[in-house]
Design a protein around this ligand. Structure first.
Ligand code: GLN
Ligand code: ZN
Length: 757
């Protein structure tokens, strides 16, 4: 059996591409120098892949920003506003990715969206009615030749036409089907051009196929590929799917003239049963994604080998593959110097997954692999994990009962009680939690972390900042205050570091968007809390003011979703463990006089299954209760807030209401307030603070503009339920614009109150 991967990380093991592009933007690097860095990164990676013995080495999986954007540019899908800037090819590309503001040019970037169920984000291409789709780019061919010149035969990768048409934004009246013919013809051009090279395969990435598909979708898919495949020449075509199974299109997929079909055996729950129930054509190769491309744990060789053995016995020609691109895992364990081998031996980052592919290739060929050292070493990993199980934690989770998910009294009763005890004005004003993280604040944290200042000095500095922040909020006259989150680097890492069961890496970066990376912590074992994590800060902040001070926590679902989860227990169980730890914190805050507690669920939507039919049974049925578990035991007069970063929950409004928080704040300023309609339709009971301005921009919103937004909101939301706040935390903003914006926000709320006297 041969081996393949779908794609590889691409920012460089030490994020070289990120630093080089940043230099380039600051004009400290020429375009040639930037291209040189990129070339060097590609060369290093291809060599590593080649040396690992990998048979199908991808090319064109490199990107300066994003592969969907690359594909759009390849086909001339470049909106006029960028072309009109008359920049170089690369700068036009960057203008689409990041926006352009220089001289007379002032153009916004394309929208960015979450890439399926990952934390990676792709650029949403825009197509205009008069966009002429044709092959104008050369990146795919250039990178193929570049590898070939290094003596490396690669399999170029391209976003497939179906996925592209499903992800594109149509700015005119024309829709996907109106562009299908032209787009298919452009892909044919790619094939024809590739046939003139030494290329043997072309991989079409079609992850969109793992969604619930309509008849129109299937027709569109057939139309596109009938054209493409009827022009097939010497280059073989691999259609690659990932992030799920292809149950809605299996028949069409296997009956079209593809040479290879890539299926996901990790997230594709029904992949194996589809193969068992249907024939897989003899003249095609199955690229079997049995190594998890998204998580960092070692592959279970026993399981993989039995799958491979079944495929062999069924007479299916198989190539061993990863379940998705390795873009979603860090580069290599070689950069981790601080984690003990007891831990790291259980991990496989991208480079280590290459070894796994090589091992499986060898083992799958043996008549009996049970005594092979590689197999035995792997097997022993699953027999025991150190410091992983905590019977206390497991006992607590097992003892959770129905009552733990229900808060008493019910929402309406609580609302009455809280209106009385808090006496807040109509349209109460608040913020989401963090205040600007200026360089002195970061420097204080770094100095403490490095041992350059004492704990007392560190605390004293933060207390000073908290005092300033509280004074500022009183001066601005906000109603519900926050302490400012100066002690936090990141809303998940902060808690992870204080919880038992977590591990942290040094360089395990994973791309989030563009060349920006995040470093998710690893949930190693059972999670518990040893001592309060936030109480001192909140109590100190509350001592400075008579106004309610919000305690500030991250919710269990978000903590889980932004970590690498365990695979030996369910994510539901992990989340419940975290929920119990956060619940302890909630109750401690309450016991120490904090009367408003915000539990952020910024990433709640992140792991929502791609298929609607799975939304509740696979996810919401435990994720929403996990949130309730955290706050069910607080008193009626304690007000629970939650916050979500995206307002893309129009379709799960009832589930959000079921979290049973007293107040929810969310981003709304960029979403045309569409969500308000569905709040109304669904008789949303929770009080709401749809963000009145966009904190992602340094722009100061005027009082008038905020008032207008509020007036619009009031058409859909009862006045007694409306809160006034920015749409997210203020940590990335500067002090000056923050103060001005908040002053205007409070002024807008006050003016509006007058109309309601
Ligand atoms: N409380 C956090 C903050 O204000 C919330 C951040 C977020 O939603 N991503 O920074
Ligand atoms: Zn947010």
């Amino acid at each position: 059996m041969l081996t393949s991967i779908i794609g590889y990380p691409r920012v460089g093991t030490l994020r070289e591409l990120k630093f080089a592009t940043e230099k380039y933007f600051k004009q400290n690097l020429t375009q040639e120098e930037l291209q040189e860095t990129a070339k060097e990164i590609r060369k290093t990676q291809w060599s590593i892949l080649k040396e690992s013995g990998l048979d199908f080495i991808p090319s064109n999986d490199f990107s300066f920003y994003d592969n969907v954007l690359d594909t759009a540019v390849l086909f001339n899908i470049v909106p006029k506003r960028y072309k009109d800037l008359h920049l170089s090819e690369l700068d036009t590309y960057f203008a689409m990715a990041k926006g352009y503001q220089k001289g007379h040019g002032d153009v916004r970037a394309l929208a960015m969206k979450k890439w399926f169920n990952t934390n990676y984000h792709y650029m949403v291409p825009e197509i205009e009615d008069d966009t002429a789709i044709r092959l104008t780019g050369t990146k795919l061919f250039d990178e193929f030749e570049e590898a070939l010149n290094l003596g490396i035969q690669t399999k170029p990768v391209i976003t497939g036409p179906f996925t592209l048409l499903k992800l594109i934004r149509y700015t005119g009246v024309k829709q996907a089907k109106d562009f299908a013919q032209d787009l298919a013809a452009a892909y044919v051009e790619v094939l024809e051009k590739l046939q003139k090279t030494d290329a043997l395969w072309l991989q079409f990435d079609e992850p969109y196929l793992v969604h619930d598909l309509s008849k129109e979708d299937i027709d569109l898919f057939k139309q596109l590929y009938t054209t493409i495949l009827s022009n097939k020449g010497s280059v073989k075509i691999l259609i690659q799917t990932y992030f799920g199974d292809v149950r809605d299109i299996y028949q069409e997929l296997t009956s079209l003239d593809f040479d290879g079909i890539g299926l996901d055996f990790i997230e594709g729950k029904e992949t194996l049963s589809l193969l068992k129930a249907n024939d897989f054509p003899e003249n095609k190769i199955l690229f079997a994604g049995i190594i998890n491309g998204k998580n960092i744990w070692r592959n279970h060789y026993g399981d993989s080998l039995s799958t491979l053995a079944w495929l062999k016995s069924a007479g299916i020609h198989t190539v061993i593959n990863t379940s998705c691109s390795l873009l979603h895992v860090p580069y290599t364990l070689k950069n981790e110097t601080k984690l003990a081998d007891t831990y790291t031996k259980h991990f496989a980052f991208a480079e280590e997954k290459l070894t796994e592919l090589a091992d499986l290739k060898v083992l799958s060929e043996l008549d009996s692999y049970e005594s092979h050292p590689a197999f035995l070493a792997n097997k022993s990993l699953f027999d025991h994990r150190e410091n992983c199980y905590d019977p206390e934690v497991q006992k607590r989770v097992n003892e959770i009962n129905e009552d733990d998910f229900v808060r008493f009294p019910d929402f309406y009763e609580r609302e009455k009680i809280q209106k009385e005890v808090f006496h807040l004005p109509l349209f109460p004003t608040t913020t989401i939690g963090s205040f600007p993280q200026t360089s002195d604040i970061r420097a204080n944290r770094t100095a403490f972390r490095k041992g350059n200042i004492s704990k007392e000095e560190y605390i004293a500095f933060n207390k000073e900042k908290i005092a300033e922040c509280v004074a500022l909020q009183e001066e601005i006259d906000l109603d519900v205050l926050v302490h400012g989150e100066f002690e936090r680097n990141d809303m998940v890492e902060y808690f992870g570091e204080k919880l038992n069961g977590y591990l942290f890496t040094e360089k395990a970066w994973v791309q989030s968007y563009g060349t920006r990376c995040v470093k998710p912590p690893i949930i190693w074992g059972d999670v518990s809390r040893t001592e309060p994590m936030t109480v001192d800060w909140s109590v100190y902040a509350q001592s400075l003011t008579d106004r309610p001070m919000k305690g500030m926590l991250t919710g269990p679902v978000t903590i889980l979703n932004w970590s690498f989860p365990r695979e030996d227990i369910s994510i539901k169980e992990s989340t419940y463990q975290i929920a119990l730890a956060i619940r302890d914190e909630v109750l401690d805050l309450e016991a120490n006089g904090i009367r408003v507690i915000q539990i952020d669920e910024a990433a709640l939507r992140e792991k929502l299954p791609l298929r609607k039919s799975d939304w509740y049974s696979e996810y919401l049925d435990w994720a929403i209760p996990a949130f309730r578990l955290v706050h069910s035991k607080v008193k009626a007069e304690t007000q629970i807030h939650t916050h979500m970063c995206y307002s893309e929950f129009t379709d799960i409004i009832p589930a959000i209401d079921d979290m049973d928080a007293d107040v929810i704040t969310f981003e709304a300023s960029r979403s045309d307030l569409l969500i308000l309609d569905s709040l109304k339709e669904n008789h949303f009971k929770t009080e709401v603070g749809p963000g009145v301005y966009d904190i992602h921009s340094p722009r100061v919103p005027s009082t008038e503009e905020i008032k207008e937004a509020l007036v619009k909101m009031l058409q859909k939301i009862e006045p007694e339920k409306l809160w006034v706040n920015p749409d997210c935390g203020l940590k990335t903003r500067g002090n000056e614009e923050t103060k001005k914006s908040l002053v205007n926000l409070v002024a807008a709320a006050k003016e509006l109150r007058k109309n309601y006297k």
